[in-house]
Design a protein around this ligand. Sequence first.
Ligand SMILES: N[C@@H](CCC(=O)N[C@@H](CS)C(=O)NCC(=O)O)C(=O)O
Length: 204
Amino acid sequence: MILYFAPLACSLASRIALYEADIPAAFQEVVLSTKQLKAGGDYLPINAKGQVPALALDDGQVITEGPAVLQFIADQAPDSGLAPPAGSLARTELQGWLNMLASELHSNFVAFMHPASPPAAKDFARMRITPRLDLLEQHLAGRETLMDGFTVADAYLVTILGWSEHCQFDLAQWPALAAYRARMRARPAVARALGEELALRAAA
Ligand SMILES: N[C@@H](CCC(=O)N[C@@H](CS)C(=O)NCC(=O)O)C(=O)O
């Protein structure tokens, strides 16, 4: 497998999931501004959307869209607990979390990161993000993880929370979320993935 990623982008969640599942993979960095591979070559023939993550399987098939990639990785290691069994109610709950994170949080954070985003877009995004952070704050008060045990939804949320200060969301306002982020970052797989991508970002 090859994970196509950009340092500290949403693809970090897929790297975390691979490390949590102990699945060997290769990693190819994508320069998102040019849609070129850092190692050379065009990315668009691999993923026409030009976005990360994409996961290329050994038979050449490519999976795109973070929530799909995350669940595929989890399903390769069913004993990892990264996702409940397909078809279970708990799996539906996981999909609910992944969808909420993708559509309500991740996509709104883009307004703070895209260079062409006007101030009004940031204001609108803040109005959409703040109540979701409030909801997560309530949910995570007194809980270790989003569901019972670490799942790929936690890999996704800890990735998104890594953008918060850069996007002018000071987590001091959401103490349970701040504690959750610190707890997740202390997990060996998360610390390894984050450390590697921070080093890549620093070297860029
Ligand atoms: N719907 C996609 C969105 C992925 C996404 O937004 N990736 C960002 C990095 S976090 C990206 O590749 N941005 C470059 C672009 O959109 O051109 C998914 O869930 O995987």
